[in-house]
Design a protein around this ligand. Structure first.
Ligand SMILES: Nc1ncnc2c1ncn2[C@@H]1O[C@H](COP(=O)(O)OP(=O)(O)OP(=O)(O)O)[C@@H](O)[C@H]1O
Length: 720
């Protein structure tokens, strides 16, 4: 469908910019103008059908925009916009004489944004801290002083208060408490206490006494780091991590030397079990499965069985611990095969705490009822959750505007944006780097400092090589501000300090994943916010969240976009050097259009970038097709308007060879008979498993060799 018409926008651009690399909104006008001229001469193969092109191109740009004003925002939004219309129209007429702004039909033919009738539910809330101190526990004095001085903490959290004594008694346990409530120390402290107290002093060459399994490499590094700190006074106990991405040879060498507390991802461990002679489990005393439900979600059930068999063959005498913020159905199965006479620990819902529930919530010999069945998922008290209903065409500019707001006009904002695939992360990361960041990193002469110079983007996903993944993880951990684009590889367990906002640009595939994603903020009693971006057709998802006791408030898209009026980077008038006096809906739409045009011009700057955007769009559609059956009535590719979705990838037209039916046909014709029968959930598990892989598969190794996978013109990614 036709989506743009008219001449290119003229942004104010100082002469100095000519010497900067041709990127960023300020550097773009000359390029855009040249490209627009070129486009006029050589109609793109992506060009819209003549009939519809004419429909808008015959109107002067501003008139088109004005016409759109009447149609775009209906219902409530329309009222807000019509109030200021008079002043906006005056400034419009003025500007019309001065510049001919290319107007993308961003605000035309969008679906109506429905009123959100969200049910208000009472969320489950847990008390994070207890009043008890670590020194009240029967721990080695050096361990207590390490906790106090190295970790800088003195009081236990509720989950620690409940778990540590139970684990010190030697019981198996199934532990559930909200995200960011200190579950890592809840298992690390008892492991260290018990191993340092062993009568026969542990030797490095003894091999593993404790095995900790986690779903991702970053989480493995994080647990390893915690053990390292706790083991400072007990230098004879050696922790080690196996996580894929590293050379197998060097991991084998470390195993040969001896690792007493072994932290690993399941895939990598099985790889070593199968191929490394030096791995023995005859001394194993502890088996910990952190993010236990995730490990099963990823289809690691077989892998876990291989590991359990390998351990059981050599040792029976051990304690087993399963932990997660969301213990779902899968964990019950895992608990059945891995726990013996377990204690189920869950921090009580504060609202039910009229009497002392602390004892009630330790279920002895329980039937392992899942928390979801008990009471829904707990949400950190300091977490404010929002949702924005954004038509597909406006998604990209809305995301950009939101990030500009956080980075330019607010201080100390650290944002994580979740996408549904590696390709989507790469696409948005590179697109924003190329278009929103100024080439020099400094404000252009005569311009105020702008987001263009303040933005700092990072990205993290499973198709990156391990070295870069670790570097990014550490850089974002240390950073005070910045934006991390990522897949669900960062959704679980990661403890990244001071994250202020979580954006879910693509909706998660389950309420549990929603909980874990938002749980990267508001940790350990801190405050944070989250924003879920939904298309109008997906509004029903809010009810689905409510059924899991998750409450979200609405942020209006216009409020997100209004930030664009605060930065003249996005002003569609090269003579207007001062900030607009009248900031109305028209101004917002113009600036959103300028920003969209920046994206579109970049995407259409070469054939390579166009096909790069098409691949990203395809990846989005593939991921969209994997929503589980219970969410299909909300997230179904049939409900997508491909032309509109294409726009959110900076594509002016929906790719001709890409329609919902062709995507479906292609999927069906893939010669993988076993896959054809799979449910979306199984397909999703497969896609995800490749992301969390041991790092040794041929496909992954191949991707690692590519210098910049996913970069414009680069190689496509093979999996999520
Ligand atoms: N008793 C405590 N007092 C203060 N801070 C603590 C305490 N225990 C843990 N922390 C800190 O709280 C943060 C969150 O802990 P942790 O990562 O273990 O949470 P979690 O419950 O495992 O979260 P998730 O469910 O997301 O994995 C960490 O930075 C940790 O150092």
């Amino acid at each position: 469908m036709a989506v743009t018409d008219g001449a290119p926008p003229h942004l104010s651009e100082p002469a100095a910019a000519a010497s900067r690399p041709a990127s960023g909104p300020r550097a773009a006008p000359a390029r855009r103008q040249a490209q627009a001229t070129k486009r006029k001469r050589q109609p793109s193969s992506e060009a819209a059908p003549a009939k519809r092109r004419n429909e808008t191109s015959s109107l002067p740009a501003k008139k088109t925009a004005a016409k759109e004003t009447q149609r775009a925002f209906k219902g409530k939004a329309q009222k807000v916009f019509s109030r200021k219309k008079t002043s906006a129209s005056a400034s419009e007429r003025n500007q019309e004489q001065k510049a001919c702004v290319k107007t993308s039909s961003l605000f035309k033919n969008n679906p109506e944004i429905p009123e959100l009738h969200r049910p208000v539910v009472k969320q489950v809330q847990e008390k994070v801290f207890s009043s008890d101190a670590f020194h009240e526990l029967d721990l080695h004095p050096h361990l207590i002083s390490t906790i106090n001085t190295v970790l800088n903490i003195s009081n236990m959290t509720s989950v620690q208060k409940q778990s540590i004594p139970v684990l010190l008694e030697g019981r198996d346990a199934l532990v559930r408490s909200q995200t960011g409530s200190g579950k890592t120390l809840a298992y690390c402290i008892p492991v260290v206490q018990s191993l340092q107290a062993m009568k026969t002093k542990i030797q490095r060459g003894d091999g593993p006494y404790a095995l900790v399994l986690v779903p991702t490499r970053e989480l493995a590094l994080q647990s390893f780091d915690t053990f390292q700190k706790l083991l400072k006074p007990f230098t004879w106990i050696v922790p080690g991590v196996l996580m894929g991405g590293e050379k197998r040879k060097s991991e084998k060498a470390r195993l040969r030397k001896g690792i007493n507390i072994l932290i690993s991802t399941p895939g990598r461990l099985v790889d070593h079990i199968k191929s490394t002679k030096n791995i023995h489990f005859n001394r194993i005393r502890w088996l910990v499965l952190d993010e236990a439900d995730r490990i099963l979600d990823l289809g690691f059930e077989k892998t876990i069985t291989v590991i359990l068999n390998a351990i059981n063959a050599e040792s029976q005498e051990r304690q087993n611990v399963l932990l997660s913020a969301t213990l779902t159905e899968g964990v019950t199965r895992l608990a059945d095969i891995s726990l013996h006479n377990p204690v189920s620990i869950s921090v009580p819902d504060e609202s039910l705490c009229q009497f002392d529930l602390e004892d009630r919530d330790i279920f002895e010999d329980c039937d392992l009822q899942t928390s979801e069945e008990l009471d829904g998922f707990a949400i950190p008290e300091g977490l404010e959750q929002y949702v924005a209903l954004v038509p597909s065409k406006l998604r990209l500019v809305s995301l950009a505007a939101f990030l500009l707001q956080k980075c330019q006009f607010e201080t100390d904002q650290k944002v994580i944006v979740f996408f549904s695939s590696c390709e989507l992360v790469e696409f948005h990361y590179h697109l924003f780097l190329q278009t929103l960041l100024s080439g020099s990193g400094a404000p252009a002469p005569g311009q105020p400092p702008s987001a263009c110079t303040l933005l700092r983007f990072l990205r993290l996903h499973g198709n990156m090589d391990q070295e870069e993944r670790t570097a990014v993880f550490q850089e974002f951990s240390r950073a005070r501000t910045g934006v991390l684009f990522c897949t669900d590889v960062a959704a679980r367990g990661l403890d990244l300090p001071q994250v202020t906002w979580i954006v879910q640009y693509n909706a998660p595939s389950s309420p549990a994943e929603y909980i874990h994603r938002i749980g990267r903020t508001a940790r350990i009693g801190c405050h944070g916010s989250s924003l879920l971006v939904l298309a109008p057709s997906e509004a029903e998802y809010v009810n689905s969240l409510a059924s899991h006791k998750i409450n979200v408030s609405e942020i209006k898209m216009e409020d997100i976009l209004s930030v664009l009026t605060r930065d003249d980077c996005f002003k569609g008038n090269q003579w207007g050097s001062q900030k607009s006096q009248a900031v109305g809906p028209q101004e917002i739409r113009e600036r959103a259009t300028v920003l969209q045009t920046v994206f579109e011009d970049y995407v259409h700057s070469s054939e390579g970038t166009v096909s790069w955007a098409k691949r990203a769009l395809q990846s989005f559609i593939r991921a969209y097709a994997t929503y589980p059956r219970e969410l299909k009535h909300i997230f179904h590719i049939r409900l997508l308007h491909l032309g509109h979705v294409a726009k959110s990838f900076g594509l002016r037209d929906a790719p001709k060879n890409l329609s919902v039916s062709t995507v479906k046909k292609r999927k069906a014709s893939v010669k993988r008979p076993d896959l054809r029968k799979k449910t979306p959930r199984r397909r999703l598990a497969e896609m995800l498993q490749s992301e969390y892989s041991s790092g040794l598969e041929a496909g992954v190794a191949k991707v690692k060799k590519l210098k910049k996978p996913g970069a414009p013109g680069g190689q496509p990614h093979s999996a999520v």
